[in-house]
Design a protein around this ligand. Structure first.
Ligand SMILES: *[C@@H]1O[C@H](CO)[C@@H](O)[C@H](O)[C@H]1NC(C)=O
Ligand SMILES: *[C@@H]1O[C@H](CO)[C@@H](O)[C@H](O)[C@H]1NC(C)=O
Ligand SMILES: *[C@@H]1O[C@H](CO)[C@@H](O)[C@H](O)[C@H]1NC(C)=O
Length: 300
């Protein structure tokens, strides 16, 4: 299954802004996508380069080549992917003074993990497009094309079989952000990625909180008609109240926020959190909106 970004083709504005304070940009693709398809991340890179003359954009390729990169979205352990990204970022000479970052879908929570685990060089602004920051509970709407729906059906069946069994937890990326609110205790113990970066384990990692709070801005874009992410509120850090799967509460009513496990409350009070929404399905936005609301405000 491919979850590609969908940009409405409006190539109106193209102001070039050059300044020696412009920071480079790191982008991370979503599931089924790659660093470099010309119609998705390649296109985002081009649009940003055209709009911000002279900017350096690094689109992360995981696993060393395009084929592995696409597979990585399903089958390379999230923790290894984050480690790979940290290595790339810390060894890229053009990023050493710091950078901004944009994650698409699951690339959003991966980049947040980079901010929390790898503070050098510093990430300044993080923009999340349809990220699943509290994980997902459900795997809806597989596409109709048989070619694409095979992987999708496979992933769905495996998740339903047992997301927290060790084999599946270690081997399937989507299981690593599977968050079952009916079994919150099992999730906290067995989930190897999202429960870890959200500091939901019994032992809290102080550096996760300190590092995330170094961000100047954390921007979360929610797609109001998202048919892929359940619950949609996860894109703004909200989630089901523990013990049931009907009532969803906003970020500020979760325990994670109230006890400030990763610094979200402090960041909120400091005005560093930005909640944006788009009236569209998963990763569907238009170019003008992207340039005006995201690039002009949080990239240049
Ligand atoms: C570029 O940076 C230097 C300081 O490093 C500053 O003096 C100069 O005004 C800057 N130029 C522009 C165009 O921002
Ligand atoms: C906290 O996270 C950092 C970065 O991943 C890791 O090096 C460190 O061992 C962790 N500390 C604890 C107490 O888990
Ligand atoms: C939580 O945030 C919402 C806005 O998203 C706000 O209306 C509400 O008052 C906040 N609740 C608390 C308990 O701060």
């Amino acid at each position: 299954m491919r979850l590609l970004i969908f940009l409405t083709l409006t190539f109106g504005s193209s102001l070039s802004q050059v300044s020696n304070t412009t920071k480079p940009l790191v982008i991370w693709h979503g599931m089924g996508d790659t660093c470099c398809y010309p119609f998705s991340m390649g296109r985002i890179k081009k649009i940003v380069e055209k709009h911000v003359h002279g900017i350096y954009v690094h689109s992360l390729m995981i696993g060393g080549n395009i084929v592995r990169d696409e597979e990585s979205g399903f089958f390379i352990n999230s923790n290894e992917q984050v480690e790979d990204a940290c290595q790339q970022i810390s060894s890229d000479p053009k990023l050493q003074e710091g950078y901004h970052a944009m994650g698409f879908s699951q690339g959003s929570q991966f980049l947040r993990a980079v901010a929390q685990r790898c503070p050098h060089p510093p990430m300044h602004n993080l923009v999340s497009f349809g990220g699943q920051h509290q994980g997902i509970f459900g795997f809806p709407s597989c596409p109709r094309e048989p070619e694409d729906s095979r992987v999708c059906e496979y992933v769905r069946r495996i998740l339903n079989y047992g997301a927290y069994t060790k084999l599946i937890q270690d081997g399937l990326v989507q299981a690593q952000y599977w968050h079952d609110p009916l079994h919150e205790d099992v999730y906290r113990v067995k989930n190897i990625f999202i429960a870890d970066i959200n500091n939901e384990k019994a032992v809290k990692n102080k550096s996760y909180r300190e590092n995330l709070m170094k961000l100047e801005n954390f921007v979360m874009v929610k797609f109001l008609r998202d048919s892929m992410v359940v619950p949609i509120e996860s894109e703004w850090f909200g989630f089901y109240l523990p013990g049931q799967d009907e009532v969803v509460v906003p970020m500020n009513e979760t325990q994670l926020y109230k006890e400030d496990w990763i610094g979200l409350k402090s960041m909120d009070e400091a005005g560093k959190l930005h909640f944006l929404s788009v009236d569209g399905d998963h990763l569907q936005f238009d170019t003008d909106w992207f340039l005006k609301e995201i690039v002009d405000n949080f990239v240049v």
